[in-house]
Each structure stands twice: as C-alpha cells, then as structure tokens.
Write a protein that binds this ligand. Structure first.
Ligand SMILES: *Cc1c(COP(=O)(O)O)cnc(C)c1O
Length: 388
C-alpha cells in the first residue's frame, strides 16, 4: 500500500528543464539565477531586498547575526514551531524563551507577549529579537506585535517558512511592513521548493548587505568595504566571520520556475482546505480557524481532536490513520519539550496552551497534487478512526 504523505513537492517538466539549462551553462553556483530568483521573490512580496541561502535555517542564523544578536541577548519565539526558529538564537550564543500560543490561530499570542514583556521590563531582561512564526502559513497578529516592538524596542524576524504566497491585511507576507527581516524556506514539503533553500527579505539595505557578507565567509570584493586598498585584481578581504550558506544556481533556477506557479499552488491548497472543511464538519475535531486579516499560505492543515467527545486517545487516532495508509504528522511538539531544550532547563508546563495543542493536533495531507479521491480516503479514514 502506498502511503499518502502529509506534504510533497510538485515538479513540472518546465521546472526540470530550468535546472537542466543551468547544468548546460557556465555557472552552476552563484551565477545569474540566484539574483534573478532573489529579484523574483522580492518583487512578488513587495520587499526591497532579498538574500537567497542554502536553507531557511541558515537564513534565520544570519538574520539574527545581522540584527547583532549575541551572548547576553534574549530572543523569544513561539513554542509551536520547527526547532530552527529557536536554534538560530542559540547559534549566536543568545538565550531563547517562548511565548505561549493563541488558542485559535496557534500562533504566538499577542496577549501573552504583552504580559511577558511587561514582566521582562521589570526584571530588566527584554528580548532583543522576536521570531514570529506564521504557523501553517497563517500570518501572526503582526500589527500588534509591531506596536509592541516600538514600545519595548525589540526587532522582529518573521519566520515565514510556511507562508510564502499568503497575505496579511491584503498585502503579501514577506513585504516586511511590520518586521525587520522575513525568512522563507524552500524545503520540498513547503509551498515552493528548491530542494534545499531559503531566503531572507528586508527593506533595510544595510541588513541585507550584512547578510550577503555572512552568507559567503564574510568576504567582500567591494573596495568601499575594504580596510585598505586592494593589492591587485585578485584581491578580496574577509572582514567578518561568515559561513558558506550560498544557494546554487541549479536551486535558484528551480525556485524561479516554481515562482510561476506559486499563486496556483496556494489557490489549490485553499480548495483542498474548503473540501476538508465540508468533509470534516460533523467530526469531533476543530478545523483550522482563519483570522479575517489573513490569507494563509496553507503549508499545513492541522485539526485538533475534541478528545472529551471521542472514546479514543490521540495516539490511537494517529495509529488508525497511519494503518489506513495516511502519513499524518504532528507539527509540532513544543520546542522546549525537546530533550536538548529540557537540558537547557525548560520544564513541562512552561506554555500550557502549547501543550494542550500538542495533545490534540494532527496534520492532514495538504499539497497541490493531492487528488480528490485521495482526499476522500483521508476524510473517510478520519471518520472511521474518530467515529461519527
Ligand atoms: C522548515 C522550517 C524551517 C527550516 O527550513 P529549512 O529550509 O529546512 O532550513 C524553519 N522554520 C520553520 C517554521 C519551518 O517549518
């Protein structure tokens, strides 16, 4: 029996040809496709600048470094996210903490953030950066978060790994109207893919210049940035401690080609969500609630079991779905419950709403190529697993 995955890439012949064309060309890394892909995404989102990287994880790392996160600083994020949203702070030697989630959107709660900031101000340890994660592709309450950033003086990175193609208040996610930097992921399960890849967008030219430098070893060939005159035409200077976080031209060509179908992908995801909403209406489960301000990128479709109305455990429902050939998943365990984070001193109960979510959530298959017949089999299996 072949399993229905929770997510997968959609690669066309045109996508394949775009990669092959690069392989026939002079440059397979750092050629013309990388800046073309950066321009395409920046233009789509309405951001001034973009820096492509080899993953969203590396983009988050250099975004933190560009905002001068370092030892002694605090970074806050949501507990319900992929570990990379938090790890980026630890890479910089900073401390991480978590703000509990909103019970309806499952994003970091602006109310909990307001309370936590007031406390942190009293104890004198305000965060330097907040990583706002747009879970499942639904944007956070960015207007409130931005207002708090003005009041308390922290910077904002949007982890928009799930959200390319989505909108907040009718404007594209990634335009950085309410943030300093926004990051996308192009991992194969995400909305568009480059195999592995990421991008950081910003309206701040200096921040992007800094991220470009850090993406490639901290090396510059720009005379204006050098500490002394070049010795000759071969000359470059390393002026910061950077990394090799570059995207290849093959990846960028794939991304550029995928961009042509981004709106189609997201529209298809919304059509699948509407069909789930109909098919699951009478089920003892909460389907994704959407705030009126948001048009989600819909990377994920998460339902929450109403366990009080079901005489099965969360685990038993999971197992029944897997046995029926459906690779349901769970996004995510609260990051601070990971053994590594427990080792940093985080304890169970730190974010009660997040833990409640973790006890009930199931990610259903959601990707453009999911057929109606496959979706029907998911809906049917859920009814059988949950009852009614
Ligand atoms: C996938 C993901 C990342 C990391 O993306 P990579 O491109 O795989 O490094 C970061 N944050 C979130 C929320 C993600 O879902």
């Amino acid at each position: 029996m072949s399993m229905i995955p929770y997510g997968r890439q959609d690669i066309s012949e045109a996508d394949i040809q775009a990669v092959v064309d690069v392989l026939h060309s002079d440059f397979i890394t750092q050629g013309p496709a990388v800046p073309a892909f950066e321009a395409s995404v920046a233009n789509y989102c309405g951001a001034a600048h973009a820096v492509a990287t080899n993953s969203a994880t590396s983009a988050l790392h250099i975004a933190c470094l560009a905002l001068e996160v370092g030892p002694g600083d605090a970074v806050w994020t949501s507990p319900i996210t992929f570990v990379a949203s938090a790890n980026c702070a630890l890479y910089c030697g900073a401390q991480i903490d978590f703000v509990d989630i909103d019970p309806r959107t499952y994003n970091l709660s602006a109310e909990r953030l307001t309370e936590k900031l007031a406390q942190a101000k009293k104890s004198g340890h305000l965060p330097k950066v907040l990583v706002a994660v747009h879970l499942c592709g639904q944007p956070c309450d960015m207007a409130s978060i931005h207002a708090l950033s003005q009041q308390y003086g922290f910077k904002i990175i949007e982890d928009a790994s799930h959200a390319i193609g989505g909108k907040y208040r009718n404007e594209p996610v990634g335009n950085c109207r309410y943030s300093d930097i926004a990051v996308f992921s192009f991992h194969p399960v995400k909305v568009i893919t480059t195999g592995e890849g990421g991008m950081a967008l910003s309206n701040d030219k200096q921040l992007c210049k800094r991220m470009q430098l850090l993406r490639s070893h901290g090396i510059t060939r720009d005379e204006a940035d050098m500490t002394r005159a070049p010795d000759g035409p071969w000359y470059y200077q390393q002026i910061a401690l950077g990394y090799n976080y570059r995207m290849t031209d093959m990846q960028a060509a794939l991304g550029l080609s995928q961009m042509l179908r981004l709106d189609e992908f997201v529209a298809r995801r919304h059509a699948i969500a509407r069909r789930y909403a109909e098919g699951l209406a009478d089920l003892a489960a909460t389907i994704p609630w959407q705030h009126a301000d948001s048009y989600s990128g819909l990377h994920l479709y998460v339902i929450r079991l109403k366990l009080a109305e079901i005489n099965k455990t969360h685990r038993a429902v999971f197992d029944a779905l897997r046995a029926a050939g459906i690779s349901v998943n769970l996004h995510y365990m609260p990051v601070y419950r990971q053994p590594y984070y427990a080792g940093l001193g985080f304890e169970a109960g730190h974010c009660p709403e997040a833990e409640q979510y973790y006890a009930e959530a199931i990610s259903l298959p959601m990707y453009p190529a999911l057929t109606e017949a496959q979706q029907d089999s998911v809906i049917e299996a859920l009814h059988r697993a949950i009852g009614k």
